[in-house]
Design a protein around this ligand. Structure first.
Ligand code: FMN
Ligand code: FE2
Ligand code: FE2
Length: 402
């Protein structure tokens, strides 16, 4: 059954939801699914802006055919050549052989790589930064946004209705609930956290490039933002814009402490519970405790972006950091998170090397400020070491309130 919705009189939503997929990019858990957004402009010429993942082809084609109502497709605009969005270009080209593929050089190179079995070169319509394409009443301008996820990414601005088609930027995990617009539901409740988890894990590494792309966009009068995942914004776009401004500058949103531990038998966990209790007694609010063996790194990384302080603690395992913590740290290091205050705790029963290894690891991080000497536990938090923990708590509390 068709699930087309009108964004404006002549711009239609033809995207689809997947609520079955377990992991986005085969790594990020999707407890609430994902939407793959796609937009069809019905003017003197017809154009589709991005396609959808191959897992939802059937629904997508039904939507496109319904929205076109027998018309031919003149243009397929490719803002992002990642498979979750380009997965139906070949299929559309087969159904609409006259459709020109509007994309930049990098995207067309990827198209050649991804689908060597077909040759669509005759239909290529290569665009450069700032090029425009008239569809009749509607005019598209292409704004390059390299590394706002991938190198070929571009945004498309539609002049008449003042819509920014923003590729992955401003998107979120979480399928749509029928309500297409962010103002039709409680966005903060349904997508607020997931939008942060999406940004920080998918685009978080590329803060500089996001800032640059936002600078280009600010030259345009944007009344609506249509990302490739999640709801569309036609009101209060400053909410989203402000969040992105902070995130791309690695500016914490709130004072607070994320305590991340890796614990084999629970002793490190217990020490962290003690530390958090002390912090709370000292008036520190917004504490978050995570066990890396339990919680997927993407959730922890989102909170690390959000808050000012991070405490990392790990037991030693065969003279190394406990592997789940090591995996977490590797994932975090890849994202180049910046501007954090941190302290470290190691644990071990005979040769507690984790402390030193954690220290070495964090020394490499850009713009991370160590606020306390690392502490090493001998299996349990003993009465004699409680004092050290109390001092650590006092130091963290002072730093948070500074
Ligand atoms: C397979 C294995 C390897 C371990 N390797 C070390 C080690 O190399 N050095 C060390 O001091 N402790 C080692 N330990 C002991 C743990 O580090 C210790 O039990 C832990 O720090 C206690 O805290 P926890 O209950 O939070 O895991 C090892 C434990 C296990 C199960
Ligand atoms: Fe992407
Ligand atoms: Fe995407």
């Amino acid at each position: 059954m068709q699930t087309v919705q009108n964004i404006t009189e002549s711009i239609h939503y033809v995207g689809c939801n997947d609520r079955r997929l377990e992991k986005f990019e085969n790594i990020f858990p999707l407890p609430n699914g994902i939407s793959y957004n796609s937009f069809l402009i019905n003017d003197e010429k017809t154009a589709i802006l991005d396609t959808v993942d191959s897992s939802v082809t059937e629904q997508f084609l039904e939507n496109v055919q319904g929205a076109l109502a027998g018309r031919d497709l003149d243009y397929i605009v490719v803002n992002h050549m990642e498979p979750d969005h380009c997965g139906n270009i070949v299929e559309l080209s087969r159904l609409y052989p006259n459709g020109k593929i509007v994309a930049n050089k990098k995207a067309l190179n990827f198209l050649d790589q991804f689908y060597p079995q077909v040759d669509l070169k005759e239909n290529y319509h290569q665009v450069k930064e700032g090029d425009t394409l008239s569809l009749g009443k509607h005019e598209l301008t292409f704004i390059f946004a390299p590394m706002v996820h991938w190198p070929e990414v571009m945004f498309t601005y539609e002049k008449t209705e003042k819509i920014l088609f923003s590729a992955d930027a401003f998107g979120t995990f979480g399928a749509l609930h029928g309500n297409l617009f962010a103002d039709e539901l409680d966005y903060d409740l349904l997508y607020g956290e997931e939008c942060r988890r999406y940004y920080t894990n998918i685009v978080g590494k590329y803060g500089k490039q996001v800032t640059k792309a936002m600078g280009k966009v600010s030259e345009f009068d944007v009344q609506m933002i249509a990302p490739l995942h999640g709801p569309i914004w036609r009101k209060d776009t400053s909410y989203l814009w402000d969040r992105y401004t902070k995130w791309s500058a690695y500016e914490p949103e709130k004072k607070g402490v994320v305590l991340v531990y890796a614990s084999i038998y629970g002793n490190t966990a217990s020490a962290i519970d003690y530390l958090a209790t002390r912090l709370s007694n000292l008036g520190v609010t917004d504490l978050r405790i995570y066990d890396v063996s339990k919680t997927h790194p993407s959730y922890i990384i989102a909170d690390i972006f959000k808050f000012t302080h991070v405490i990392i603690s790990s037991s030693t395992y065969n003279l190394n950091i406990f592997p789940p913590m090591k995996a977490f740290l590797d994932e975090m290091a890849q994202l180049d998170i910046q501007n954090k205050k941190y302290a470290l705790i190691g644990n071990g029963s005979w040769s507690p090397t984790a402390t030193k290894q954690l220290t070495q690891f964090f020394a490499e991080f850009k713009n991370w400020e160590n606020i306390a000497e690392p502490i090493t536990l001998s299996t349990t938090l003993s009465e004699t070491q409680k004092n050290e923990f109390d001092q650590l708590a006092a130091g963290i509390a002072a730093s948070v309130s500074a």
